[in-house]
Design a protein around this ligand. Structure first.
Ligand code: NA7
Length: 547
């Protein structure tokens, strides 16, 4: 089992004409909108996309059960009234096929594909100071030259397999969830293993448990999870949503993570026990991230407040899982509620009441080896027909590391970031002129489309500013970068999530060098992020050098 990842000896010298004003890498949510904006600016733009179609995350992650945890109607692009008017969501939390259809609908509408080359994997991007351009090499040997390089490569796109002995030896079917075959996989009646219980593992387990003959879930770290409460959207409801879009989008802009859920202004400690219980109950019974981001204001920063919500959700898990020993294994002991990305679920916990579902705690009985026929733990061997790896991603910087990106003087971005990323607002990197990142490290993170639109707008305005002045070189200064870095660190201070291993703190035990916890995103919320970015612009792009 491999992910099809190869290493390339790509190198390109800066010769020939600069064919493109901008090349965008990635045709996912952010890349498509970036293309729209750059075309509007009149820039000759090409998008290079590794996949065979548009969609990015929503193209690759087609595993059973893949769906939004964000309300569909908050994840929508806001730039086109026509799209808002014409697109009909069928569920409050759309499934992957629906979201992929949506992105294709947008691509059709704006004829995006004429500017996109698919099956185009960029393996190297080298800056050439002489011509102030980027030279790109693709895995199939194609080469391109562009004045500006815009990365729209996602935050969770480099899938990682577990570093377990024997991953390649299994003879049955095996898949990483982010590389699920397009033709689907028939798991009916099969003996299936799922390794991993993050947001993906939770979604896949609840779905596969319905069809598998035997499902064995290999859990290393128990994760908190809360009900999604998904439902269909009726035509009347959709009409109301359309009419409400301006308000919905305005509300998203006001909340830290750009969801409709805003923290309650009260502390969990200042209310009575009954009030607190009733409020937790209410949040637990409502759809979406309300229990995480619409909870008492201190549950993610105050240990005692966090203990109270953790105890509440633990009680819910005990109520829902019949066998107390299994319930106990499913309740996290090493981190508090909401301090990792919260999976939302639909009968996930009830799946463990089914006779065909078994939970294996690999901290108790570690996996020793994946064999030709199954998985061997210290407690015995599991014979399997299929193994599903829901083992996550080399998050946030992984997609950058997968490309040999070299700036001024051949400086490698991977080496530059070997002790963690340093960027200016997540958009620019000192020493890497003319490279702009949409959703880069240390930028804001939350409801993806909301942040991606803001990012792409900022990038577009900067490029528009540069073009209007005949500028051919744009770079941030090391000082501006360091100032932002310190602001990122300060903004993350006090968050309980800093004390926990997760992709949000840059930990991936399957990837060398990803074992030190660091903030990888700006923790100050969207309004703060926007304020800072706006100020930079108001001050004539303070921190950016145009030449
Ligand atoms: P996550 O959240 O990174 O989860 C990966 C899971 O895989 C997690 O439970 C890991 O356990 C587990 N894992 C990884 N390697 C191993 C090995 N070697 N053995 C056992 N278990 C392992 O990725 P997801 O795809 O679920 O979600 C990513 C994001 O996508 C999500 O947050 C949403 O924003 C959408 P661990 O916790 O590290 O012990």
């Amino acid at each position: 089992m491999t992910l099809g990842v190869q290493t390339h000896e790509a190198k390109r010298e800066g010769t020939g004409a600069i064919e493109w004003d901008a090349i965008v890498i990635g045709a996912g949510v952010s890349g498509l909108y970036q293309l729209y904006r750059l075309r509007e600016l009149g820039m000759k733009t090409l998008v290079l996309e590794k996949g065979a179609r548009v969609g990015g995350t929503w193209y690759w992650n087609r595993y059973p059960g893949a769906r939004f945890d964000s309300e569909s109607w908050t994840y929508i692009y806001s730039f086109s009234k026509e799209v808002l008017d014409e697109w009909t969501w069928t569920e409050h939390f759309a499934s992957q096929p629906e979201t992929e259809r949506y992105l294709n609908f947008v691509a059709d509408k704006f004829d995006f594909r004429r500017n996109i080359e698919f099956n185009s994997e960029v393996v190297a991007a080298h800056y050439d100071e002489g011509s102030r351009s980027w030279n790109l090499s693709l895995s199939d040997g194609r080469e391109y030259r562009t004045r500006f390089l815009v990365t729209a490569i996602g935050i969770l796109s480099e899938a990682t397999l577990p570093s377990i002995k024997g991953v390649e030896t299994f003879r049955g079917a095996s898949f990483h969830t982010a590389r699920w075959p397009e033709e689907g996989v028939d798991l009916r009646g099969k003996r299936v293993a799922v390794i991993g219980t993050g947001s993906t593992g939770v979604q896949v387990v609840q779905e596969v448990s319905k069809v598998a003959g035997q499902l064995t879930v290999f859990q290393r770290t128990a994760n908190w999870a809360a009900p999604l409460h998904n439902s269909k959207i009726t035509p009347e409801e959709m009409q109301r949503i359309r009419a409400d879009y301006p308000d919905i989008l305005a509300r998203c802009r006001e909340t830290p993570q750009c969801f409709v859920h805003a923290p309650d202004s009260r502390s969990a400690l200042e209310v009575t026990d009954q009030e607190r219980e009733a409020f937790f109950e209410q949040r637990y019974s409502e759809p979406g991230f309300g229990i995480w981001y619409g909870n008492f204001r201190d549950i993610l920063v105050d240990r005692e407040a966090n203990r109270l919500i953790s105890d509440f959700v633990a009680r819910k898990i005990r109520e829902r899982v019949k066998d107390p020993a299994i319930a106990d294994k499913l309740i996290p002991k090493d981190h508090g509620f909401g301090t990792r990305r919260l999976p939302l679920e639909t009968k996930y916990f009830e799946a463990f009441n089914q006779p065909n579902v078994e939970l294996v705690d690999v901290k108790e009985t570690p996996i020793e080896e994946i064999t030709e026929t199954g998985i061997r733990t210290t407690a015995g061997e599991y014979e399997l027909d299929a193994i599903i790896y829901a083992t996550g991603f080399n998050a946030i910087i992984g997609a950058f590391e997968a490309i040999d990106i070299r700036g001024v003087g051949g400086k490698s971005l991977k080496e530059e970031w070997s002790s963690g990323p340093h960027t200016f607002l997540g958009f620019l990197v000192a020493g890497f002129p003319n490279m702009l990142m949409v959703m880069g490290p240390h930028g804001g993170l939350g409801n993806f489309t909301r942040f991606a639109e803001f990012n792409a707008n900022w990038v577009t305005e900067l490029l528009g500013y540069a073009r209007a002045r005949g500028v051919t070189r744009v770079e941030t200064t090391p000082e501006a970068q360091e100032e932002w870095y310190h602001h990122v660190i300060e903004s993350a201070a006090g968050l309980l999530s800093n004390e926990v291993d997760s992709w949000m703190t840059g930990i991936n035990k399957n990837v060398e060098g990803r074992s030190v916890r660091r903030p990888y995103r700006y923790g100050g919320g969207f309004p703060g992020f926007k304020r800072y970015c706006d100020q930079v612009v108001e001050n004539g792009y303070a921190g950016v050098v145009f030449d």
